[in-house]
Design a protein around this ligand. Structure first.
Ligand code: NAD
Length: 475
């Protein structure tokens, strides 16, 4: 049995109207589908009714408001509305607990509330990132508690969401979509949905679990790759080699189905996905007696980057004989990456904390971030403009290069003489760095800048080859 109407465009309910849910719903409405957005957060629904969008994603507010104005998109807190839909997408949050296990309250809550409203013939697709087995073993029984049987009365599938904030809307219309179904009919129905609704390539997997693992594989790889890049940047920093040149050259040899593809180093990895999904992998493996090392290794390296970034600023201040306790550092960009206003797990928090611990006075600015949310996280209100943030600053740390920051005329900023320009995620080209130096700035990037002075204590502290390595070498 196919779980989609044979003709006509399906009506889609999106349960969980957060970052992902709103991007998916806005895109589907824009493509002409009728969409019902459902979220338990009454305030979020009221904001949208007032045509306010809390997510700072390029183009999203326009898309959502156009859908709402045209009546193709409706938002509500009432899960009973899902009964009117042909397809129900679940996009609630799936954080992990401290031990890496799934904090499943949102998923359980949504499934329990949805179950009594399911109708025969509907297709339910989970899009939230979950440990393998979750769709089959957790979601399915909760939905079946409503009296219908998955795979017979209603369809059940998993299609991970793989968009990245900052480029979400473009990616939603272009990325291939992975699908896995409880039965072959469920899988075919989900594949048909995405082909019809988004017109993108569909990658059918044999099982629900395979589809669930694809998403984890993507983020596990991305986090670990960035960790390699961050350590590469530290190595380049020792020799004054420009890590961007090294990566560009290293990435020119073919390997596997593409080239070597080292990603970019930065102030750190943040956001609600890359900081948790590797732990989901680790925990799942552990529950099956597997002791994985790569996922935690990536997390550990990347979690250390904010502290490393702060140490670069402090070293430059020290080189100029400046006392941190009398120094001001302006941080431009508080969000976890460029072109988003999302503060979740932002590495900037760690940089600010480390600078403050050294006695530095920190000023903050981010045009995309909600000022109240920033004050809550950082314990101080951000400055309203770049100029006010950098006035008299001994260092300016560009930790997210939003579009608004791309045209900053650094030469005209009222900074202290010999101001350090710490490039945490701007990746300024060499000509720009030369301009900055000509304007009197001391430039330092992650893995970019003059060679660091050799620390003799560090050389003495190098341990011998770890025993495990020697054992490996001995076969
Ligand atoms: P989010 O926290 O922004 O949104 C979750 C929404 O679900 C919230 O608005 C919340 O109020 C709502 N919700 C919670 N319980 C509910 C319930 N019982 N009924 C109705 N609504 C409920 O999370 P997000 O960033 O959109 O992420 C959603 C999922 O997508 C997660 O699994 C995440 O890992 C995954 N994901 C996120 C991104 C990203 O960039 N944010 C990218 C790819 C995948």
């Amino acid at each position: 049995m196919r779980f989609l109407p044979g003709s006509g465009r399906p009506t889609v309910a999106v349960v969980g109207f957060g970052y992902v849910g709103s991007c998916v719903a806005g895109t589907l409405a824009d493509r002409g589908l009728d969409v019902i957005g459902i979220d338990s957060d009454q305030r979020l629904v009221e904001e949208l009714d007032r045509r306010e969008c809390r997510f700072n994603e390029e183009g999203l507010a326009r898309l959502l408001f156009a859908g709402l104005d045209a009546g193709r998109l409706r938002v509500t807190t009432d899960l009973a509305e899902a009964a009117r839909a042909d397809v129900v997408l679940i996009t609630v949050g799936t954080p992990v607990r401290d031990d890496g296990s799934l904090a499943d309250a949102q998923l359980r809550g949504a499934a329990r509330d949805l179950a009594p409203h399911l109708r025969a013939g509907q297709l339910v697709v989970l899009k939230s990132t979950v440990p393998p087995g979750t769709t089959r073993d957790l979601l399915r029984p909760l939905l079946e508690a409503g009296g219908l049987v998955a795979g017979e009365d209603f369809g059940l599938a998993f299609s991970p969401e793989r968009l990245a904030e900052g480029t979400a809307l473009r990616e939603l219309r272009t990325f291939p979509i992975v699908t896995g179904g409880l039965t072959a009919d469920c899988a075919e129905s989900a594949a048909g949905l995405w082909r019809e609704a988004l017109g993108v390539e569909v990658l059918p997997m044999d099982t629900l679990e395979a589809a669930e693992i694809v998403k984890l594989a993507d983020n596990w790889w991305i986090d670990l790759n960035i960790a390699l890049s961050n350590e590469l940047a530290k190595l380049c920093g020792v020799y004054g080699a420009d890590v961007l040149d090294v990566i560009a050259a290293a990435n020119t040899i073919p390997k596997g189905t593409g080239n070597v593809n080292i990603l970019l180093p930065s102030v750190g990895v943040g956001g609600s996905c890359l900081t948790k999904d590797p732990w989901m992998v680790w925990r799942t493996a552990r529950e099956h007696g597997l002791r994985f090392q790569t996922a935690p290794a990536g997390r550990q390296v990347n979690a250390g980057m904010p502290g490393y970034t702060a140490s670069l600023v402090l070293a430059e201040l020290a080189a100029q004989g400046k006392d941190p306790a009398e120094s001001v550092v302006a941080v431009l960009g508080l969000a976890f990456k460029n072109d988003t206003g999302d503060l979740r797990a932002t590495p900037v928090a760690g940089v600010v904390e480390a600078l403050r611990a050294a006695g530095v006075t920190v000023r903050l600015h981010d045009p995309l971030v909600d000022a109240g949310a920033a004050a809550g996280l950082f314990g101080q209100l951000p400055e309203p403009s770049v100029e006010e943030a950098v006035r008299g600053a001994d260092a300016v740390a560009v930790l997210a290069l939003h579009r608004d920051f791309r045209g900053i005329d650094f030469a005209a900023l009222p900074v202290a003489s010999g101001c350090v320009l710490l490039d945490g995620r701007a990746y300024y080209p060499k000509e720009k760095i030369a301009e900055l130096r000509a304007a009197g700035y001391v430039y330092r990037g992650i893995g970019r800048g003059p060679a660091a002075a050799k620390d003799p204590a560090a050389v003495r502290a190098v341990p011998s080859v770890p025993r495990s390595v020697r054992l490996l070498e001995a076969g």
